[in-house]
Design a protein around this ligand. Structure first.
Ligand SMILES: C[S@@+](CC[C@H](N)C(=O)[O-])C[C@H]1O[C@@H](n2cnc3c(N)ncnc32)[C@H](O)[C@@H]1O
Length: 225
């Protein structure tokens, strides 16, 4: 998969790129690239934002700046581009990111992520250039960099080659394998600690019973939610 992140702060991704599953994914041929809106601004002095019409606090990311950055990367009219690839804007009010959406996104050969800053995007960016609006939760962060990293992390770790054990990403909280329920509890040594013991079934060696117990635990956790 090829992921392009549009951002004013590409340097923010240095730590993320150093994470093992991310570097593994890149080593397996997946690609993470960055486009800095500021470097493609058609305005003087690298201006990217402007005051909101109608007044109010904060600055708004300009539509002409976002278009220039998209054109610089893809050499296409962004209005046509969104029919060809998923152009995802990170916005607090978007579709909530969940495992089902991640499963949908990993089918794509390429993703474009638009990170906002300040008061966010001029609405015409969202109306005309974007195919998806995605939120990582109903709260507001200062910028779209962390949300973009969250989305990339969730997507990349499901791609072949990212994790040491492919199965790790298959049977996890909210996965289809676990009927979209939370994951069952895990335990490791010591089997007894301060009088807290591990459930007998996990020490039994009966794989069918363990599987059954785990699924029952997941279902019980889903029922609690
Ligand atoms: C300060 S926020 C803008 C918030 C906007 N004025 C509002 O009230 O919805 C700046 C940028 O951070 C990103 N952002 C902040 N919180 C987010 C969230 N929960 N999910 C996705 N993106 C978020 C978006 O890219 C947004 O354009």
């Amino acid at each position: 998969m090829e992921i392009d992140v549009f951002t004013l702060f590409p340097a923010a991704f240095a730590w993320f790129e150093g994470q093992r599953h991310v570097s593994n994914a890149v080593a397996h041929g997946h690609r993470l690239g960055y486009v800095n809106y500021r470097e493609h601004s058609p305005l003087g002095g690298g201006q990217v934002d402007d005051t909101p019409f109608g007044g109010g606090a904060g600055m708004v990311l300009r539509v002409d700046v976002v278009e220039a950055a998209l054109r610089a990367r893809y050499d296409r009219d962004p209005v046509a581009l969104r029919a060809e690839r998923r152009i995802v804007a990170l916005v607090p009010s978007g579709r909530l990111l969940d495992d089902a959406l991640v499963d949908e996104l990993i089918q794509e050969p390429a993703l474009t992520l638009l990170s906002g800053r300040y008061e966010g995007f001029d609405e015409r960016v969202l109306e005309h250039f974007v195919s998806d609006r995605v939120s990582i939760g109903r709260y507001v962060l200062a910028g779209g960099e962390l949300p973009a990293m969250v989305l990339c992390d969730a997507v990349l770790r499901k791609l072949p080659g990212a994790l040491g054990h492919e199965a790790s990403a298959l049977e996890e909280s909210f996965s289809a394998t676990l009927e979209r329920a939370p994951e069952y509890p895990h335990y490791t040594r010591p089997a007894e600690y301060r009088g807290w013991s591990v459930p007998d079934v996990l020490l039994s060696g009966h794989h069918a019973q363990i599987k059954q117990w785990r699924l029952a635990q997941s279902r019980a956790r889903a029922a609690e939610d």
